[in-house]
Design a protein around this ligand. Structure first.
Ligand SMILES: CC(C)(COP(=O)(O)OP(=O)(O)OC[C@H]1O[C@@H](n2cnc3c(N)ncnc32)[C@H](O)[C@@H]1OP(=O)(O)O)[C@@H](O)C(=O)NCCC(=O)NCCS
Length: 192
């Protein structure tokens, strides 16, 4: 009986204090549905969040204190921003005016897997800062790998897996994502 109560309290404490936002954190997730509560909650939970930015219900954010979100950014349902609470030096930085489609996954950690004598879950992590620069657009279902920089006003196509840095103004797509074009390129006829 006592053990059951202790376990329940441990679970409640985890949900209230672990640096995570998600539908499974049920004591707090409902706050995202109501604007005044959402504004209070997202400011309290996220490392930094700017003006006119919104964390929508049904996204998952882990390592909330390692995450910085600029102004005018909406994190839509299905988005996963996965930082590592054990590696506060590795952050996810999202600058101003970034446009996210739904169901993106942005990571800043990956599992080590090079020791064949150990299960991979026992080998630890490598964590790197992932940066999404201002004005860029990340299409639906994209995956952005740890340590990647997405340049200013860059476009990431739907379903892309981004494994290399994306230059400013580049349009990339595919798995792995390849550069299709640059939006600031001047064509032979003088147009962009
Ligand atoms: C990347 C994107 C912006 C490119 O659009 P575009 O400039 O009109 O480019 P095009 O459609 O002319 O495609 C150019 C080439 O890239 C390919 N391509 C385009 N998008 C692609 C994608 N997501 N994955 C793989 N290849 C893609 C096209 O097949 C075409 O290849 P081809 O030259 O061999 O025929 C667009 O395709 C895209 O993915 N938009 C995201 C939409 C989205 O997620 N919306 C919801 C979120 S708000």
């Amino acid at each position: 009986m006592f053990k059951g109560l202790k376990d329940t309290w441990k679970h409640v404490w985890f949900i209230l204090t672990y640096p995570k936002i998600g539908p499974d954190m049920y004591f707090t997730h409902w706050l995202l549905f109501f604007k005044p509560f959402r504004i209070w909650f997202q400011k309290r939970k996220i490392g930094y969040i700017g003006k006119n930015s919104e964390i929508r219900p049904y996204c998952v954010i882990i390592g909330t204190k390692n995450i910085s979100i600029g102004n005018n950014v909406t994190i839509p349902p299905g988005t996963m921003l996965i930082a590592n609470p054990g590696a506060p030096e590795a952050r996810i930085i999202i600058e101003d005016d970034v446009l996210f489609g739904p169901n993106n996954a942005v990571y800043c950690s990956t599992h080590k897997y090079d020791n064949p004598a150990l299960p991979i879950q026992a080998q630890g992590y490598i964590s790197k800062t992932t940066l999404i620069r201002s004005g860029s657009w990340i299409g639906i279902n994209a995956v952005i790998m740890p340590g990647i920089t997405i340049g200013r006003n860059a476009v990431v196509g739907a379903n892309s897996v981004v494994t290399k840095d994306v230059p400013d103004y580049a349009v990339v797509a595919g798995a792995p994502a390849r550069i299709l074009k640059y939006t600031n390129e001047i064509k032979d006829d003088g147009s962009r």
